[in-house]
Design a protein around this ligand. Structure first.
Ligand SMILES: *Cc1c(COP(=O)(O)O)cnc(C)c1O
Length: 362
């Protein structure tokens, strides 16, 4: 334990220590079963139990209403960038609206173009994705196939502060980097999806929450593995699912429910962690990338006066066990990813370092 650093990586990212400890206890042999969770059949009673329990926990944590299905898929969120237009746009003759608020939303739109008509309903590129649209600024198509948004842009550090209203088309949201970080009004969405390795587990599984009426739109000729209807019908067990990754999502859900006390508690904790850093960004020395009303509670992005100073910042932070603070290569600067599992002590230590660094270099 003593050699664990504070890992501010954007993903794969820090996991709660109690989750790692539980996985460690189970790793050689599940109690009463004698098989490792890495070895056990996806058709076993144990795994069927994990699958059912994980869905029940997600339903409880997020307050998912009746009429939605949860599936666990592979291929990351990048595969969803293709699956979504394949299932809900291909052959409809309709237009899909994409609200492009950063790198991930842009990528999603670029994939959708391969399947049908796409309208970029809003694009933050001209200001380097530093803020988000207000409701009236999104130019939706009449009777669009769906509207796609990115709840939190991991690279730029902009996050919708509440569930947006962008017209009548089914709303689909990529919540990869803020899934389970706060309560969500699921009923506003036709689909919610997240790869697990940012805030909900390890790489290898993508959680998709689908409103059942969306399945009626799926065209007939899709490859089975790309067909949401087949995934729902077979309860994520059409083929071998990523069993260990789903087991980790299960442990994360239990941690959120039992140790944290639910998503509102988690959101409060995330808010106070984020404030520790944002309070330091409003002066001259540290320049925040995101406009204050759009700031992400998960990925805090900022710049210093020049790249040399940023490099020194990253190096000196690493000497204090504060790791992975370099910004994404497309944006530069500094990014501190402070997901659910980042302890408040890690953020406090970073804030203290930032004050000292400003004193020494300002
Ligand atoms: C990381 C990320 C993705 C891509 O996820 P992969 O699992 O690597 O495909 C997509 N969207 C957002 C918002 C992300 O943070």
């Amino acid at each position: 334990m003593t050699d664990r650093v504070y890992n501010f990586s954007p993903g794969p990212a820090v996991l709660p220590v109690p989750v790692l400890e539980q996985a460690q206890r189970d790793l050689l042999s599940l109690p009463g079963i004698g098989i490792s969770p890495l070895e056990i059949s996806h058709r076993s009673k144990w795994f069927e139990g994990i699958l059912a329990e994980t869905k029940a926990l997600l339903t409880e944590l997020l307050g998912i209403p009746a009429g939605y299905s949860i599936v666990f898929l592979q291929g990351g969120s990048n595969l969803q960038f293709s699956m979504i237009p394949q299932n809900f746009l291909r052959g409809t003759g309709k237009t899909a609206d994409y609200v492009v608020t950063g790198t991930w939303g842009q990528k999603a739109g670029q994939e959708a173009v391969k399947e049908g008509e796409v309208n970029i309903a809003w694009n933050g590129k001209s200001h380097n994705f530093s803020y988000l649209p207000a409701a009236g600024e999104v130019k939706s198509s009449p009777s669009g196939a769906y509207t796609h948004i990115t709840s939190n842009e991991t690279i730029q550090g902009v996050q919708f502060q509440e569930d947006p209203n962008f017209g009548d088309a089914p709303l689909i949201t990529d919540v990869s980097s803020d899934f389970l970080s706060r309560p969500v009004d699921v009923s506003k969405y036709a689909m919610i999806y997240a790869c697990a390795q940012k805030n909900a587990g390890i790489s290898g599984v993508t959680v998709c929450i689908l409103r059942d009426d969306m399945l009626e739109r799926v065209p007939e000729n899709l490859p089975t593995m790309l067909d949401f209807r087949q995934m729902v019908k077979n309860d994520s067990l059409y083929n071998t699912p990523p069993t260990f990754a789903i087991y980790i999502v299960n442990l994360i859900c239990k941690w959120l429910k039992n140790d944290i006390g639910g998503l509102q508690k988690m959101a409060d904790r995330n808010q106070s962690k984020a404030s520790l850093l944002y309070d330091l960004l409003d002066g001259e020395f540290y320049q925040g990338h995101a406009r204050p009303d759009c700031r992400s509670k998960m990925n805090v992005t900022f710049r210093l006066q020049d790249e040399a100073l940023e490099k020194t910042f990253v190096q000196q932070a690493a000497a204090l066990q504060l790791f992975e603070l370099k910004g994404h290569r497309s944006v530069g600067g500094i990014r501190a990813s402070i997901y659910n599992a980042m302890p408040v002590e890690g953020v406090q230590l970073l804030a203290t370092f930032m004050k000292k660094f400003r004193q020494d270099n300002g």
